[in-house]
Design a protein around this ligand. Structure first.
Ligand code: NAD
Length: 412
């Protein structure tokens, strides 16, 4: 396993290759590979037993040429500055590929949420907002959820922001519960975005993919598996951090959700075989969906992947070298900055609704999401033809090109 410094190096290399392809000049390459603002904070957390802990958090803002900054908050013990930098860059590229008017940012809080009570978690979230308050806001930087962040937590953060601002500002955060101005469809947005992209992949290849393996069974992976199940696709394997399960005839995903709720893991699901995460990645399925974390497919294991399509719903699950090996083996890699864009698209819709005082229903949100995802797929497809390359490289080239176009329009 590589470390987060490698994740950042890979991301910088990806941007470098994309700049080569899109013929970006040195000045704009430099701007694209730097993070415009890095806020690092340490703030107190009052524990239930009366003691005080100092918590470290980050908010990094990569590039705002295309609009206000946007990006999730990740809460995990292993969060690092390098990881947050890479994720902020990927957000800029993602928004540029999707054609939505945002720049990229990312937040992180270094803590293991499983060690906190609910009260401590709420104080952790509220404290983070107080610490980063000077650099965020609806026209500046709009945080969203990432790993280990629930709609309830986004609700606490929104409320804290509004208390500090002294007025309702629902567009200060996205991913909130609907009762606080959250959008319909936000929780399932990444998964539905991935489904809409797969429909386009199937259409352009004249294929119908039936069997799926999904790595990760959190917000993204679980919802993806549920939707695939509903659409009569066979999900033969899923996994979480404790391991995976396989059943050749397909898993009953609803029963599996129950099993995970009861036992804490998908492992040990009755009627299925236990497998490791590496086993899952190497299964001979039509579509492999990495939906857990970065750097899962790289130089070491890309030669052993047996899927026909890899749909990257996690951020950075396939590194550049891994993508090259998969591409050379004829495996289609749908890159994260296209495939998992549904989250930021529905966040964008939530932001608009908050600003306008609108409230769209689920079908309206779904139609708008579908429209943006399909247009983005077309744009990447066209870029692949223009640059004589695959979808993976084309998406990054399109991303850097769109950001540079905005920088140039600002005389940057
Ligand atoms: P989550 O915390 O809800 O779920 C993560 C899941 O991955 C959990 O089931 C966990 O057990 C599992 N996992 C962790 N390590 C693993 C490993 N080594 N092998 C297999 N499974 C492992 O997080 P999420 O919101 O579902 O995010 C998953 C990925 O999707 C992340 O890369 C995140 O950045 C990305 N993403 C999330 C959103 C969003 O809106 N939530 C949007 C875009 C991208």
């Amino acid at each position: 396993m590589k470390d987060d410094g490698d994740f950042l190096t890979d991301t910088l290399n990806l941007i470098g290759s994309a700049c080569d392809l899109a013929k970006i000049d040195d000045r704009h390459r430099l701007l694209l590979t730097s993070v415009a603002r890095r806020l690092s904070v340490e703030y107190p957390l009052q524990m239930d037993d009366g003691s005080l802990r100092i918590i470290r958090g980050y908010r990094f803002q990569h590039n705002s040429a295309r609009g206000p900054l946007k990006g999730g908050i990740r809460i995990a013990p292993a969060v690092t500055e390098a990881e947050v930098s890479a994720l902020a860059m990927l957000m800029s590229l993602k928004c540029a590929v999707l054609g939505i008017p945002y720049g990229g940012a990312k937040g992180g809080i270094i803590v293991d949420t499983s060690t906190l009570s609910k009260g401590e978690l709420e104080r952790l979230c509220r404290g983070y907002v107080r610490a980063i308050y000077p650099v965020i806001g609806p026209d500046v930087d709009i945080p969203a959820p990432d790993m280990n962040v629930t709609p309830e937590a986004m609700g606490w953060m929104t409320d804290e922001y509004e208390r500090l601002a002294g007025r309702h500002m629902p567009s200060s955060f996205t991913g909130k519960p609907p009762v606080l101005g959250g959008s319909r469809g936000r929780v399932t947005a990444v998964a539905w975005g991935g489904i809409f992209i797969m429909e386009e992949v199937e259409r352009s290849q004249g294929e119908h993919y039936r069997t799926y393996a999904v790595q990760g069974f959190g917000n993204v992976g679980r919802n993806m598996a549920l939707i695939l199940h509903k659409k009569n696709r066979k999900v033969v394997a899923v996994s979480d951090s404790k391991g995976g399960v396989f059943r050749g005839e397909g898993l009953d995903i609803h029963a599996l959700v129950q099993h995970k709720e009861t036992t804490g893991s998908v492992v040990g699901f009755p009627g299925a075989d236990n497998i490791t995460n590496q086993d899952l990645l190497q299964l001979g399925v039509d579509v492999l969906v990495p939906a857990a974390k970065e750097d899962q497919i790289n130089e070491k294991n890309a030669g052993h992947i047996n899927a026909r399509v890899v749909l990257c719903l996690a951020n950075g699950p396939v590194d550049r070298k891994g993508a090259e090996i998969l591409g050379a083996r004829g495996i289609v890699v749908v890159p994260d900055i296209l495939a998992n864009g549904g989250g930021v698209v529905v966040s964008y819709l939530e932001w608009i609704q908050g600003r306008e005082g609108l409230y769209w229903n689920g079908s309206e949100v779904s139609l708008k999401l579908k429209d943006v995802m399909k247009r983005a797929y077309r744009a990447v497809h066209d870029a692949a033809i223009e640059y004589h390359t695959d979808m993976y490289s084309a998406a990054y080239a399109l991303g850097v090109r769109n950001i540079v176009e905005a920088m140039k329009a600002r005389s940057m």
